[in-house]
Design a protein around this ligand. Structure first.
Ligand code: PHE
Length: 457
């Protein structure tokens, strides 16, 4: 390691207190709306089984190696993604141009959080709906009406979006380490426990097998190029990789902690939560004659049916949406942190100012998503509504491109010694598997999926 790298070895913003702290923060970033809101509706839109299988392959074959690459780059650079990519680019390849990759990530974070916060606003609204008993004994029609009248009311969804951004900026102002560790330690087990309770319910819904079949029986003839691209985008989104969030958290990871084991644990937990959510939601969807391909409203229109029929359902529902909001919150923080670190480190902003600037911009941008579920829901261009476009651009284009660049950098540009030095030196064969995947499997697979989606291949 050369001199500049040695001097850089400490994080500028404090460090996680332990490996567990890092795992918790990373899990907090990964597990969120992506697992419980986005995965089920994408699986539903893309026909289930085959999509899910491809998604799982992508998570472990592409997303996980990229996650390792991001963490190791982050810990080696110890700066925000832009500066980190610049420094390491100069160090490893004599070129500062790699900073563009970090820049793309920062921009992608703005775009993603702008819609993420609006959906998180829906979960906030659903806490109140649940607590007030709106779903008690409600049928599919009532539940659908509650959803439609919520998203159709831009003033209300805009207000919830505002509250969610205030909460997120609030935590980011305080600094991300300690509160996050403590919060995730409670939220994550509670969320999983509640999903298991719901799983018990969906097993008795009468359509459990239908749901399982839908999720796990691959029907490859239904797998379009677009479904494969959706699976790729979702693999990146759910693991928080491709935009520097993981890189930024890696920058706060103490020197001597093992990267591979932490990442594997996070990917495993993240996948379990998504599959569990699917196993809960689809039986309810089929038992109630809902359309699995109904889009972003799916979880909000299916789960309340289950809550409405169970004893103590109003309480369970309230708890569920509280936990989901918390899960979204810990993800939103990680979406903001790269940009905030960037403004602090390169523009000399203090944390509150950086957080207000970044949060304020994202907040304004979010109103376009608010409108696109309201008055503009019929306005179509390119991929569909504003939300469809921003979602497609950030998750299916920018995250894969960012991830591709990151993994190529780690696999091909960085010296063998540099990466070996960051990943467990003891990892032995594990390291070789990672390097091989990072050099060949992940880049080739991402490139093929992208080319396939634009019809070139
Ligand atoms: N992984 C988060 C989720 O599944 C979303 C996210 C994406 C967070 C990208 C950070 C970066 O909800």
């Amino acid at each position: 390691m050369n001199q500049s790298a040695v001097e850089r070895r400490r994080s500028l913003h404090g460090e996680w207190t332990s490996r567990l702290g890092f795992i918790l923060a990373l899990a907090g970033s990964a597990v969120g709306l992506g697992n419980i809101w986005r995965f089920p509706y994408l699986a539903g839109e893309n026909g289930g089984g085959a999509f899910v299988l491809v998604y799982l392959l992508f998570v472990f074959g592409i997303g996980l190696p990229i996650m390792l690459a991001e963490v190791l780059i982050g810990r080696r650079g110890r700066r925000n993604p832009v500066t980190t990519m610049q420094l390491l680019g100069e160090e490893e390849a004599g070129s500062s141009g790699w900073r563009v990759v970090g820049g793309l990530g920062v921009v992608t974070g703005f775009l993603i959080l702008s819609f993420y916060s609006v959906i998180a606003g829906w979960t906030l609204a659903y806490i109140i709906e649940s607590a007030s008993g709106a779903f008690t004994d409600a049928g599919a029609e009532t539940v659908g009406a509650v959803f439609n009248s919520l998203v159709g009311n831009e003033l209300v969804t805009g207000a919830w979006h505002t509250l969610f951004m205030v909460l997120t900026v609030g935590v980011v102002v305080l600094g991300v380490e300690q509160g996050l560790e403590r919060a995730v330690r409670i939220i994550m087990p509670a969320l999983i426990a509640l999903l298991l309770v719901l799983l018990g319910y969906s097993m008795t819904s009468g359509s459990f097998l239908e749901g399982v079949e839908f999720l796990f029986e691959p029907r490859f003839d239904e797998l379009s190029a677009n479904a494969i691209l959706d699976a790729l985008g979702q693999a990146f989104f759910t693991l928080s990789v491709g935009m520097g969030a993981v890189m930024t958290y890696g920058a706060y990871l103490p020197e001597n902690e093992s990267i591979p084991r932490s990442c594997f644990a996070v990917a495993a937990v993240d996948t379990s939560v998504a599959l569990l959510a699917g196993l809960v939601i689809f039986p309810i969807v089929f038992a109630n004659g809902l359309d699995p391909a109904s889009g972003p409203g799916l979880v909000f229109q299916s789960l309340p049916l289950a809550f409405g029929q169970m004893p103590g359902g109003a309480f369970v529902a309230t708890l569920f949406f509280v936990l989901l909001t918390f899960a979204a919150w810990t993800s939103a923080i990680s979406l903001m942190e790269p940009a905030v670190a960037y403004f602090m480190e390169t523009r000399g902003f203090d944390r509150p100012r950086a957080a207000l600037l970044v949060g304020g911009t994202i907040w304004l941008l979010g109103f376009l998503t608010v409108m696109s579920f309201g008055a503009w829901s019929e306005a179509r261009f390119w991929k569909g509504t504003w939300f469809d476009n921003i979602d497609f651009l950030s998750n299916n284009v920018f995250l894969p491109l960012g991830g591709l660049a990151i993994v190529v950098f780690a696999g091909w540009i960085m010296a063998h010694n540099s990466t070996a030095d960051e990943l467990d030196p003891q990892a032995g064969r594990g390291y070789r598997v990672w390097r091989w995947t990072a050099r060949y499997v992940a880049p080739v697979a991402v490139a093929l999926v992208l080319l396939n989606a634009v019809g070139i291949f």
